[in-house]
Design a protein around this ligand. Sequence first.
Ligand code: ATP
Ligand code: MG
Length: 435
Amino acid sequence: MRLSRAFLPTLKETPAEAQIASHRLMLRAGMIRQTSAGIYAWLPLGLRVLQKVAEIVRQEQDAAGAQEILMPTIQTADLWRQSGRYDAYGPEMLRLRDRHEREMLFGPTNEEMVTDIFKSYAKSYRDLPRNLYHIQWKFRDEMRPRFGVMRGREFLMKDAYSFDLDYEGAQRSYRQMFVAYLRTFARMGLKAIPMQADTGPIGGNLSHEFIVLAETGESQVYLHRDLLDFDVLASAPDRQGDLAPIVDFWTSRYAATDEKHDAAAWARVPAERQVSARGIEVGHIFYFGTKYSAAMGLQVSGADGKMVVPEMGSYGIGVSRLVGALIEANHDEAGIKWPDSVAPFRLAVLNLKRGDAGCDALSERIYAAFDPDAVLDDREDRAGAKFADADLMGFPWQAIIGPRSAAAGRIELKRRATGERAELSVEDAIARIRG
Ligand code: ATP
Ligand code: MG
């Protein structure tokens, strides 16, 4: 994308309403625009990151055997009356009426709907196990929307729902999602630690929140230091293998959010291994047995001909919240430092002297090698403004092309994450970036 024609509106001033780094930087880098409280439009730069995050989530869900569907945002109140949650959910639910005065709502989650859909098709034990997920906008009328996309009212969530014949199967599905979550966040360069958590309005008795440690996190958390060692994950078997050992590694050591914190168990963790910190919840998984299947009348015939009520779990990831969490984990004074896997563009080419034949030629060459995964700063602007914008938007690589080095056929290559710089030929720079 050529910046001279792009809609990448960066801001020089720091927006006063933003209290944390990710919110400030998302506004300044022109990633999002608030349209009303807790509701955001995603601009080109932000949307590209959102899509990259969603794609990693999708690939890991697929690899774990879940299948993607897409359910609507608007649901009928009747569906929620069947589970009893229409009244229980409270003011966080956005309630609507259609032209026929039918009561509708903007979905805050989809347990009822997915159970109802699955019920129409699943007839026997052969139709289980299954895991269905979608990546869809949710609405929760949060009392205090804040921190930008971290706690929005409208937000993008991946939610998966598993259906199993029995308790053992449901635990297997839970472990599959547990490990898929560790992998998903690790691919984004995030250590998200699974922690015992309250089940809240979803209900059930087994649940883990996946928490990224960050000073600006909303949750207070306590964990054993060993859990920050993610090398263990590399040795995890694929989904055919036995995932119990890897899940045991994370569940046998102390890790809990504030609500589940147990002072006696915590005291047994050696003091030098105790980490107490703030954290951001990026995912939450639940096993809740037959709570929704029973309420919604889902049952299938078992191998012995007797009817069975399937065991369920649900598994959420805050896709839009992750964009904020990624910035909390990867930024400095100058701006964002995107990890390669989620960067909106891999490379920014900074042509410091538009109209200079050498600068133009080298810029076009390296830009062409990475287009459409690169931006070319071909604006008529000061070099300082180009440096500042590239650092702010956080592209992992910058190719800086000024007249003096261009005359010698060389460019300066900068790695945003480390600040390392090297003067290279265009070919060597291309190889380094591809590397
Ligand atoms: P929280 O405790 O942060 O309010 P929750 O427990 O209500 O979240 P879940 O129902 O578990 O949320 O939703 C799954 C995931 O969706 C959460 O782990 C979080 O990452 C994300 N999420 C929940 N609420 C919001 C929100 N208001 N804005 C952005 N992301 C959200
Ligand atoms: Mg939660």
